[in-house]
Design a binder for this molecule. Structure first.
Ligand SMILES: [Zn+2]
Length: 346
């Protein structure tokens, strides 16, 4: 297969940030994607319906003329979140999910949840109205090894929560382990998992072997090769439980390349070409549409996009900018480390 036409894809987990960074990175996503679930971990976070409304307006104001894009907003779950505001947010049609960050798990997550019991009334309301909970699935206990934090989260937080509240609809965001793949596979209709582009391409050696590579550092951190292989198998399986959430997470180079560098890979620019490469290598190009265009809308109960996008495999490799310019500094585009021949026609 040398060319491929897909319904225009969506990104079910995206960081757009705010201000100058928002203006710099939004076109990179809007060029190829129709919609995205927009993460609420700004400073201060997007907690209420009013916050989400204001943030959505800033996103639409930053969208270059002539581009079409629909941000699907999320609320940041805090121990002070009001169930009635969440219900109003869902009813408004503007907010499509609530994001659960264990406090301290990743970038700007200190306002997250410390005690799950305190948010039970919100989760009960969400279960009642069918609003999905997106989980950053890592425990933050400093005694738990960083490579084990996802598996421990599943055993000690997610599984007990879902046993207690089986009707709650949950998205396991950016799974990185075979344990995550297996748990999502068994979860039934109320559970799905997103997989990032970079976790299909890198393992922990890419970050640490032969010198530390800050642009491959993200959270959850990439794991052993066997986990990457499990993710590739899941993504290319055709199962509706798995769909794309890039977790494209821009930071300026100065914040990545320092003694304590920020977590995040910026993949908005080249995700579709990279995924076509991964699916092609797996002999699963016929399942790419499911992963990027069909399974996500099915879980979120939204229509599939009617517009299409075309990919073509050519002899010449894709050339992307090494960096995206932003007023606050350059942002490095994810480099897969191998040539990619699937070009996106726009
Ligand atoms: Zn994220």
């Amino acid at each position: 297969m040398q060319s491929l036409t897909l319904p225009r894809p969506d990104d079910w987990h995206l960081h757009l940030r705010d201000g100058a960074m928002l203006r710099a990175v939004l076109p990179e996503t809007a060029r190829h994607f129709a919609r995205a679930i927009v993460m609420p971990n700004l400073v201060p976070p997007v907690v209420t319906l009013d916050d989400a409304r204001a943030y959505r307006r800033r996103i639409m104001d930053a969208l270059p003329a002539g581009m079409e894009f629909e941000p699907l907003m999320t609320l940041y779950l805090t121990e002070g979140t009001d169930p009635a505001d969440v219900a109003a947010a869902a009813a408004s049609g503007l907010v499509k999910a609530v994001k659960f960050y264990p406090a301290g798990a990743t970038t700007n997550s200190h306002a997250g949840v410390r005690d799950l019991r305190k948010v039970m009334p919100v989760l009960e309301k969400m279960a009642e109205i069918g609003l999905p909970l997106c989980t950053h699935g890592e425990v933050t206990d400093p005694e738990v090894d960083i490579f084990d934090r996802e598996a421990v989260f599943i055993d000690t937080v997610l599984a007990p929560l879902r046993r207690r509240m089986p009707e709650l609809r949950v998205v396991m965001e950016h799974i990185t382990t075979e344990e995550g793949v297996a748990y999502a596979a068994e979860g039934g209709d109320t559970l799905a998992a997103t997989i990032t582009t970079h976790h299909l391409i890198i393992n922990r050696n890419h970050i640490l072997a032969g010198g530390i590579k800050p642009h491959y550092y993200c959270l959850p951190v990439a794991k052993r090769e066997k986990h990457r292989l499990a993710l590739c198998k899941a993504a290319t399986s055709g199962s509706p439980r798995y769909f794309l959430g890039t977790d494209s997470a821009p930071h300026v180079d100065a914040l990545k390349e320092q003694a304590c560098g920020c977590a995040g890979c910026f993949t908005a620019t080249n995700t579709l070409s990279l995924l076509a490469h991964v699916f092609d290598a797996a002999g699963a190009l016929d399942r790419l549409a499911g992963f990027v265009s069909l399974h996500g809308p099915a879980f979120y109960r939204l229509p599939v996009n009617t517009a299409t996008i075309r990919l073509e495999k050519r002899d010449d490799p894709c050339v992307w900018p090494e960096k995206i310019a932003c007023d606050s500094g350059p942002v490095t585009v994810f480099n897969p480390g191998f040539p990619v021949h699937w070009h996106v026609e726009c």
